[in-house]
Write a protein that binds this ligand. Structure first.
Ligand code: NAD
Length: 483
């Protein structure tokens, strides 16, 4: 397959190049090879993308929701038909094993387009009676929205942002992460093939400065970012200066609690899914695994056995279930965290070894004897490192679980459902799982509280975040005045 795209950007229905922009090399994480080169967007490219989006948006908003939805559902169908090809590209872009990308990336993008395509005809307002007079509300599109992506889910992030934006009559200019620029271009191509009018979904490449140029442009009504907390603060501040709406999907250090009565095999499976999928590069990962002291030994034994069966190897081999990390920089961060954790007294149960290159390989690591104050328990690693902590009391574990600036997700395993709901109600996290972890069906709102974000993606709620309410008061009688 060719991984070099036709051109760097996709604007107004076609590939566009401007070689004046700095070169970004795209690296296949499994081998370290350069598989494509794209140019960063110049100011002229940014201008072209915003101008075409603004032009296209007005007509799109005037179209009825059923027609808009039909196009999105057609795009979903095309993505599903090409799932294999798109998944291979996702694997080249990120290094994630094909076994994962076939299930979780293009398919999740298609699901978003299908879901919001289905809802596009149904964006209801409200009506209120005031005596004989009344008022009603209309949900109006915001206009030109900007989407900015992280590198761990390049196809999914593009679709999760574009689908609700387009369904509600907006246009989107999307900037993928500079690390994974390839997949969003394919999404843009497919949208055009599905009949989306040119200009409504434009993709421009670039690093943070391009994202900042888009965010700061007065024509942009909203910014939806998936990224780290420090970037979120900058983007939110820039948007606030012009009173723009934002959705922020940021980082986490989520708690995962295993009570003594939990089904331990399920809890071990949950902990594996919560830490090692996508080589640990998942925002919602439950990386602080609190295990009740009574079952900790058994939990660790089962976990070690299971983790050591991970099949690490060629990501394009469908038998592989654990791939490389996406960048050298993220591998270095992970290795540094492991070194600090050891120095601070954590015990390595398994993994954490860097494998001989080329590529960015490390084995999945489980740390025991982790305490709340250790760096590895406080900072987001964004790598395959699970920290196991011990607890005995319910109130105590809730306090410790909440003792973090983050609030993206949380999970717990217990067979006592009363306890499950009592505990979950006290956890400060936007998305929680009981006896499951990291599943994000489209019908369920997803997002974080505290420093982990603002707003929600998915579910009907996402459409609220891409529209604003216009209220209309209707006078039905004579108009009285003081004089
Ligand atoms: P990052 O914050 O470095 O970059 C995210 C995006 O923001 C990139 O496209 C980058 O170019 C852009 N950017 C950087 N500076 C900018 C600026 N000043 N203005 C506008 N855009 C700017 O994050 P990353 O390293 O790509 O991704 C990893 C982070 O993303 C982790 O913290 C992870 O938890 C988080 N994440 C969150 C979610 C979620 O849904 N909550 C999902 C995936 C990843």
């Amino acid at each position: 397959m060719t991984t070099q795209p036709t051109a760097s950007h996709f604007i107004d229905g076609q590939y566009v190049e401007d070689t004046a922009g700095d070169i970004i090399e795209v690296i296949y994480p499994a081998t370290g090879e350069i598989i494509a080169r794209v140019h960063e967007a110049t100011p002229a490219i940014v201008e072209q993308a915003l101008t075409s989006a603004a032009r296209a948006q007005a007509e799109w908003a005037a179209l009825d929701g059923t027609s808009r939805g039909r196009i999105l559902r057609r795009a979903a169908h095309l993505i599903m038909q090409r799932n294999h090809e798109l998944s291979v590209l996702e694997t080249y872009d990120t290094g994630k094993p094909l076994q994962e990308t076939l299930m979780a990336d293009a398919t999740s993008g298609a699901e978003a387009l299908e879901y919001f395509g289905g809802l596009a005809a149904d964006v209801p307002g409200q009506a209120m009676q005031f005596g004989g007079d009344w008022a009603y509300t209309i949900r109006r599109p915001l206009g030109v929205c900007v989407g900015i992506g992280a590198w761990n889910y390049p196809t999914q992030i593009a679709c999760w942002k574009a689908a609700p934006a387009l369904a509600t009559g907006n246009a989107m200019v999307f900037k993928p992460s500079e690390t994974t620029p390839l997949c969003a271009l394919k999404v843009a191509e497919i949208m055009i093939e599905a009949g989306l009018p040119a200009g409504l979904f434009n993709v421009v490449q670039g690093r943070g400065a391009v994202g900042a140029a888009l965010t700061g442009d007065a024509r942009v009504a909203k910014v939806s970012l998936t990224g780290s907390v420090p970037t979120g603060r900058k983007v939110y501040a820039s948007a606030a200066a012009q009173m723009k709406q934002v959705t922020m999907e940021l980082g986490g250090k989520s708690p995962f609690i295993v009570f003594a009565d939990a089904n331990l095999d399920d809890a071990v499976s949950g902990a594996i899914n919560a830490n090692f999928y996508s080589s640990g590069q998942v925002c919602s990962n439950g990386t602080r695994v609190f295990v009740h002291a009574d079952v900790q030994q058994e939990f660790l034994e089962k976990l070690k056995k299971r983790v050591e069966t991970a099949i690490i190897g060629d990501p394009l081999d469908e038998a592989t279930n654990f791939g490389p990390m996406t960048t050298q920089a993220q591998l270095d961060i992970t290795l540094r965290h492991l070194e600090t954790a050891r120095a601070e007294g954590a015990r390595v149960i398994t993994g954490g070894q860097q494998l001989d290159g080329p590529g960015y390989w490390i084995t999945p690591a489980v740390l025991a004897d982790v305490t709340d104050d250790m760096t590895v328990a406080r900072q987001e690693v964004f790598g395959p490192v699970m920290s196991v902590l011990s607890f005995t009391g319910e109130d105590d574990v809730i306090t410790r679980a909440n003792d973090t600036e983050f609030g993206l997700s949380a999970g717990l395993f217990t067979q006592d459902l009363t306890r499950a709901h009592r505990v979950v109600a006290q956890l400060q996290a936007g998305t929680c799982w009981i006896n499951q972890y990291n599943l994000t069906p489209l019908g369920m709102p997803f997002g974080g509280s505290k420093q982990s974000g603002i707003g929600r993606e998915n579910a009907r709620m996402a459409m609220d975040h891409f529209t604003e309410v216009q209220t209309v008061y209707v006078g039905m009688g004579p108009v009285e005045a003081a004089f």
